[in-house]
Design a protein around this ligand. Structure first.
Ligand code: PEP
Ligand code: MN
Length: 337
């Protein structure tokens, strides 16, 4: 259920509504908009049918939410969310570009990439320290050493860092070294991991699962919000289809669909979606054109020798040229980079 309060609700009435919800054994989640306050009610809702809240002064209406998710929905929060990550705002007019290598390999390459992408216009530095590799024999990442390098280089260039968390036991490390915790596609339905990051206030970049429907994707985000962490950024990164020319199929439909259903910002990762550097720019342009709030792009100074995802990584020079082109598309849709 979602409870919409009257515009002129008093503090006393508001507190009373919260008390009633708690007394019924339910959990209230409050969304304060510029015009209205909305309360999402979490828990078994049958109690509300027996003791309706409509009769309480200050309550305008009580709505049943037909969708399976609540807190991520636009019914709960009509205005789009803007997630502030160390001063970088994700979901505003300015598009946010998160760029860097697939994996942190060593200090020098991370430094070189960070310098180049920052100069080109990227605001956030990406890099994996814990890598979800399909084969157990592939490079698994530098672990804590990689996180330390990320922190050091990000400080040098004043860029917030996004990096992946695969194991809840590493969360304290990420809380220490990262600004955005990435939950990768393969962990999108690792519900215990989602609950753990939901208990923090760290920004979370949640990537869409390889075979997840949009509803499943939004329900995964709901797990995080339901624990109290509303700082969630969604990322469309391609889904499995019958097509084999590209690594995955970038589902750009998901952008306007999610924008309609949810208040959360959505970015697009054309690097993992296509798997080939040549297709990254055209799909990045398409993503900006259809309303994405930002991009995640893999960049490597020498893709030939990359320890992971070389074929889809852009050379720094190519990345800079792409950003210039993207600025034109952004302008055409009323955004900036
Ligand atoms: C990544 O961003 O490094 C990554 C592994 O992406 P995904 O989880 O989308 O495959
Ligand atoms: Mn990668």
């Amino acid at each position: 259920m979602i409870i919409v309060l009257k515009p002129d609700v008093t503090k006393k009435q508001f507190d009373h509504v919260l008390e009633r919800i708690k007394a019924l054994g339910l959990k209230p989640m409050v969304s304060k908009g510029t015009e209205r306050t909305i309360i999402g009610v979490i828990g078994p809702e049958d109690a509300l049918r027996v003791q309706p809240l409509e009769v309480i002064p200050g309550v305008e209406k009580v709505m049943a939410v037909l969708k399976p998710y609540k807190l991520v929905s636009r019914e709960f929060k009509p205005q789009s969310s803007v997630i502030d990550v160390g001063g970088v705002k994700v979901g505003g007019k300015e598009l946010v570009v998160m760029a860097g290598p697939c994996s942190v390999e060593n200090r020098q390459m991370l430094f070189d990439v960070a310098k180049a992408v920052k100069q080109a216009g990227a605001q956030v530095l990406r890099g994996g320290a814990f890598k979800p590799r399909t084969s157990p024999y592939s490079f698994q990442g530098l672990g804590e050493e990689g996180l330390k390098l990320l922190r050091e280089v990000s400080k040098e260039f004043g860029m917030p860092v996004v990096t992946e968390l695969m194991d809840a036991r590493d969360l304290p490390l990420l809380e220490k070294y990262a600004d955005i915790v990435q939950i990768g596609a393969r962990n999108m339905q690792n519900f215990e991991l989602l609950k753990e990051v939901g208990l923090t206030q760290k920004a979370v970049l949640l990537k869409r699962g390889l075979s997840a429907t949009i509803t499943e994707f939004l329900l995964a985000a709901e797990y995080i919000l339901s624990q109290g962490n509303f700082n969630v950024i969604l990322c469309e990164r391609g889904i499995r289809s019958f097509e084999t020319h590209t690594r995955f199929t970038l589902d750009l439909n998901a952008i306007p669909v999610i924008k309609k259903l949810s208040h959360l910002p959505v970015i697009v990762d054309p690097s993992h979606a296509t798997g080939e550097w040549e297709y990254v720019e055209p799909m990045a342009k398409a993503a900006v054109a259809c309303g994405a709030d930002g991009l995640m792009i893999e960049v490597h100074p020498n893709p030939e020798v990359a320890l992971s995802d070389g074929p889809q990584s852009l050379l720094p020079k190519k990345f800079a040229a792409m950003i210039k082109e993207l600025r034109k598309v952004a302008k055409a849709v009323g955004r900036t980079i």
